[in-house]
Design a protein around this ligand. Structure first.
Ligand code: FAD
Length: 450
């Protein structure tokens, strides 16, 4: 087919994007911009765009259900906010990091804090610094897909530094899946942090969006509609099926139906076999989709009458705590945005098959509050400071980047020229964030429109 023919064909095509998180919103935008004559429908299962970035419905907390920061390195996210015309909502601040170790809080912002950090001996601090330097100088991370992060970190930093420093950090990000993840995950995190500090020569500036992500996505909805995208909310897709004439039928739980030429699915890969029963997807890909292990999160948000600690991120190295970190959101977000109160997020990351996902909310109350008392002991934390609390959960946030994941990652085209997958599973190494997902969209777009 000539380039001109191809262009004419796509101009008149019908596209559906499933999922209205940042990935789906930017995909719909880019497709519609490239082919203004095409029909682009964005189907979102819930009553609002924004996916995991926005608040819950109903919203008891007055803020996003999970915590979000923006960093100066989130260039593509910043561009998107500019396109939406909401960049004036960004607020920048410096944020502090701490460790709860040996029953005490320790600041961990500057090299001096590092030298003072009590859990490690001087020799261990030297090994830690050398391992970070070593990791930051590796330029080809490919071989690191073949070794787990825990084995690699034990090798380069020694077992004691691993146990006292790296293991708690890995647990904070991955919970009980921390032993499975490939070394690429930690290598790319170290490289990014190291590069940031080198480039800026100061503590990273952290940003947040005034009002949280909800207003951003409500502007995104208007922006997409103005571009010509048909936005359908409360449209949970229940099946994607082959019509027989080369087009695809999408059915939604509300009884709706859309017939399109190309579909891009942005939800969890695990649901593909169930959704696509009559699509000609190779069986090997469906099997792969079903076997991907996901990392999920349980996160309790606690609203307090006074600040809990001065850190945005408090890493926990002491064993036996029921959550994997403490995020002091109100050290970043001005408390005037949350009714003068202070929000603390208590995340616990865990693999999707962890039985804790099936426990009722009440099962977490006592362990979480006892742990807050233990950590907040020195500042006299009392339960009657808690105005309200709420547990949020998401079982399928992103695939666990296990050893060999770079080879197991599903391709973008599942059925060439008809069905595509672009979700959090695209990320190879590194942490999930909105800017990274926009990058995956920009990178995958040509493949979707080829
Ligand atoms: C605890 C936590 C902390 C985070 N912190 C940050 C941070 O600090 N900074 C940052 O930039 N990002 C952060 N993120 C990531 C961010 O919130 C998004 O999760 C991420 O960018 C992925 O966006 P997405 O659009 O790919 O997926 P999602 O946000 O999961 O959106 C997917 C959408 O698809 C919809 N959907 C799924 N299946 C169907 C279906 N069958 N039919 C119709 N709709 C469907 C869902 O309802 C959802 O709206 C955090 C996430 C979590 C969980």
């Amino acid at each position: 087919m000539t380039a001109a023919n191809q262009r004419t064909e796509q101009t008149s095509q019908r596209f559906a994007v499933i999922g209205g998180g940042v990935t789906g919103c930017v995909l719909a935008e880019r497709i519609q911009q490239r082919y203004p004559e095409a029909s682009v429908t964005l189907l979102e299962g819930s009553g609002t765009l924004g996916g995991l970035s926005v608040r819950s419905e109903p919203d008891p907390i007055g803020w996003d259900r999970f915590y979000h920061v923006v960093t100066p390195q989130d260039v593509l996210l910043l561009d998107w906010l500019k396109r939406l015309g909401v960049e004036d909502r960004l607020r920048w601040k410096s944020a502090h990091t701490g460790f709860y170790a040996d029953g005490r809080l320790h600041r961990f912002d500057t090299p001096l804090d590092f030298l003072r950090f009590p859990p490690l001996s001087l020799f261990e601090k030297g090994r830690l610094a050398a391992s970070i330097l070593y990791a930051s100088r590796i330029t080809d991370g490919k071989p690191l897909w073949n070794i787990t992060a825990s084995d690699w970190l034990r090798q380069i930093a020694g077992p004691d530094v691993y146990r006292k420093f790296w293991e708690p950090l890995l647990r904070a990000k991955l919970g009980s899946a921390h032993n499975e993840v490939a070394a690429t995950f930690i290598w790319s995190t170290i490289r990014r942090l190291y590069a940031t500090r080198q480039a800026e020569g100061r503590r990273e500036a952290f940003g947040y969006i005034s009002g949280g992500y909800a207003p951003v996505f409500s502007v995104a909805e208007q922006y997409l509609s103005k571009l010509g995208v048909i936005v359908r909310k409360h449209a949970a897709v229940t099946s994607i099926s082959d019509v027989g004439d080369g087009s695809t039928r999408i059915r939604t739980r509300d009884g709706g139906e859309v017939i399109v030429d190309r579909v891009i699915y942005t939800g969890p890969s695990r649901f593909l076999p169930e959704l696509c029963q009559s699509m000609p997807i190779p069986a090997s890909l469906l099997k792969q989709a079903q076997s991907i292990r996901y990392l999920g999160v349980l996160c309790m948000v606690v609203k307090l009458t006074r600040p809990f600690c001065p850190y945005y991120v408090l890493n926990l190295t002491d064993p036996g705590l029921p959550f994997t970190g403490v995020i002091g959101l109100s050290t970043l977000v001005d408390p005037s945005e949350t009714g003068g109160h202070h929000l603390v997020y208590l995340p616990r990351y865990l693999p999707d098959d962890d039985p804790d996902f099936d426990k009722p909310d009440e099962a977490f109350l006592e362990p979480f509050f006892s742990a807050l008392e233990r950590i907040g002991h020195s500042r006299g934390f009392r339960r009657d400071e808690v105005i309200l609390h709420k547990l949020f959960r998401s079982r399928f946030v992103s695939p666990i980047a296990v050893r060999g994941y770079d080879q197991q990652r599903l391709p973008i085209p599942l059925v060439p020229r008809r069905l595509y997958l672009l979700n959090t599973g695209r990320i190879l190494g590194g942490t999930l964030n909105n800017s990274q997902m926009i990058e995956e969209v920009e990178r995958g777009l040509d493949e979707i429109l080829a």
